[in-house]
Design a protein around this ligand. Structure first.
Ligand SMILES: *[C@@H]1O[C@H](CO)[C@@H](O)[C@H](O)[C@H]1NC(C)=O
Ligand SMILES: *[C@@H]1O[C@H](CO)[C@@H](O)[C@H](O)[C@H]1NC(C)=O
Length: 297
């Protein structure tokens, strides 16, 4: 017990010294639950951020690590988690970590927003510990966050000085983030890609603003085909498109010369693949993809 305590406090001191971690005084993130899925573990391995716990899992450094973070109203077992996890494991022998922060995400939207900084900060600590334990490197970590989870990913990335390989923000939440300087931003990872699906209009769940290196607006970033003006449906489409991009290769977006071109469906620039599991991606700017109404879109 004693040596473990020293390790944990040493990690906290080191992190505070780097000034890279946010509000550790808030303990929301201490309720995070982490589940590991691999091709060979049918049942998830539950672990925490202690080195001993991490080393008991079957995580190995030679596999890429994808960390999935749900949004408001989500848990470790619903919305994007089963679909994205299964699609990832189908295409790659990866370590997939699902973050469950349902202790707060199932509360009111405002309570969930309040928990985001701490949930993300603790996730950043976990990432540091994964590296410390030798089961992952920052170059092989990709954080995928949906809704509020995209901002959690931002905090986590900042916690490791923006050195994770990639963050994918799936329709990052807009409500209470429009003027929040701590929202997901491009300096949070080496490459930050954002897929916008419900960014505009009354009651939009997403943010209609560029946040990443590349900002991809599906069908103009609102009113997804087949969603019949349902904002919730358009919001979820972000992870449905991401999951489809893992197993299909037709989802390519055109570069737009301007935001106006994007909104008016005038983008004719070069094409980039949206989503995918590639650890290293390039590109910057605004892109638009027009999709079909049902899988694989
Ligand atoms: C972390 O998990 C280990 C089991 O692997 C357990 O012994 C330890 O008490 C846990 N630590 C916390 C803080 O929950
Ligand atoms: C990890 O990701 C890189 C880049 O996407 C890929 O080339 C490599 O094959 C992946 N590693 C494994 C073990 O699949």
């Amino acid at each position: 017990m004693f040596p473990k305590l020293i390790l944990v406090s040493a990690a906290f001191v080191a992190c505070n010294a780097m000034h890279s971690f946010g509000p550790l005084s808030s303990k929301h993130g201490s309720f995070n639950v982490y589940y590991l899925y691999t091709r060979s573990s049918l049942n998830p391995e539950v672990f925490n951020s202690s080195l001993a716990s991490i080393q008991e899992t079957s995580m190995i450094v030679s596999r890429n690590t994808t960390i999935i973070v749900h949004g408001h109203g989500g848990t470790g077992f619903n919305t994007l988690n089963p679909t994205v996890k299964d699609a990832l494991l189908r295409v790659e022998d990866a370590d997939v970590i699902i973050v469950d922060w349902s202790q707060y995400s199932l509360q009111s939207y405002s309570n969930a927003v309040n928990a985001v900084p701490s949930v993300g900060t603790y996730l950043g600590l976990l990432i540091n510990q994964l590296v410390e334990a030798g089961v992952a490197t920052l170059d092989t970590i990709h954080i995928v966050g949906f809704g509020l989870g995209a901002h959690v990913a931002g905090y986590a990335g900042r916690g490791v000085n923006g050195h994770v390989a990639r963050i994918t923000g799936l329709d990052p939440s807009g409500n209470q983030w429009g003027t929040n300087s701590n929202r997901l931003r491009s300096s949070d990872a080496k490459y930050v890609e954002v897929i916008h699906t419900d960014g505009f209009g009354l009651g939009a769940n997403g943010i209609g603003t560029n946040l990443g290196h590349t900002d991809i607006y599906a069908n103009g970033g609102e009113g997804q085909p087949g969603c019949l003006f349902s904002s919730a449906c358009s919001h979820q489409r972000a992870w449905e498109l991401f999951a489809a991009s893992l197993t299909n290769n037709h989802l390519n977006a055109h570069f737009c010369n301007s935001f106006t071109e994007m909104r008016f469906n005038r983008c004719r620039g070069f094409l980039i693949p949206i989503g995918t599991n590639a650890m290293v991606k390039f590109g910057s700017g605004v892109f638009r993809i027009n999709t079909g109404r049902r899988y694989p879109y």
